[in-house]
Design a protein around this ligand. Sequence first.
Ligand code: DGL
Length: 279
Amino acid sequence: MTDNRPVGVFDSGIGGLTVLREIWKTVPDESTIYFGDNSRSPYGTKSRSTIIRYSLQNMKFLESKDVKMIVVACNTASAYAYEELKKRANVPVVEVVTPGADVACRATKNGRIGIIATKGTISTGVYKKAVEDRAEELGMKNIEIYQQACPLFVSLAEEGWWDKEVTRLTAEEYLKPLKDAGVDTLVMACTHYPLLSKVIQEVMGDNVVLVNTGEATAKVVKELLDKEGTASEGNNNPVREFYTSDEPELFEQVATPFLGEGLPSGTKHFTTDRYEVTV
Ligand code: DGL
């Protein structure tokens, strides 16, 4: 049995491509449809009700494309909207928070875990709770969690300033409290941050484990496809479609470095604000 329907992935814009590229690596036979809501990005500074509305609209679009699973490849949307999405979805929904929390709990040795994310994600407290819950499930005691919003990291990543002095100085400022607290594990709980991982690692020091939530999420996607019996097996020709709510040319220009290999092409324009949803 093989299910060749695509996996739908959405993000506020291009950041979710760092999750998509991990999905491609982990389940290369799967076709994917990616929607980047660039015209309404960023989500990290918006209110809860707005993010839930946007996320429900994005989900409707992906469902209209007959996807077999939806990956919320945005930490802010996962933190605010996952429960609502799961309630209303016709297909399984995967978020990026709990996979990262699991990896962090398994990686820490001294029990001190740092979480860096957008202001929105931090203010929900969802990540902190996910780490606490996972630690309890694993029977871990004396977990200490330190959170830090790093809003400027998003602009620095989009600007392509991954290894510049200004990025290093910004990272030193943001990460100082986490360094001082002695965290040995740091969750990059925002889609953009893996692009800055070189600088973040240098500032935190080699002994600190950086958790890439995209990698952890891709593993969950694979497990769930296997469990549901919906994996696409032996598909040598997976289809990889891209949609953006802003200009496709702009999307492709900015997206390329986020995606690593496999440049997006043939990106189509689509806006999801046409879907009526009640929040
Ligand atoms: N994709 C968002 C996240 O992972 C970052 C960019 C935004 O604020 O929209 O939280």
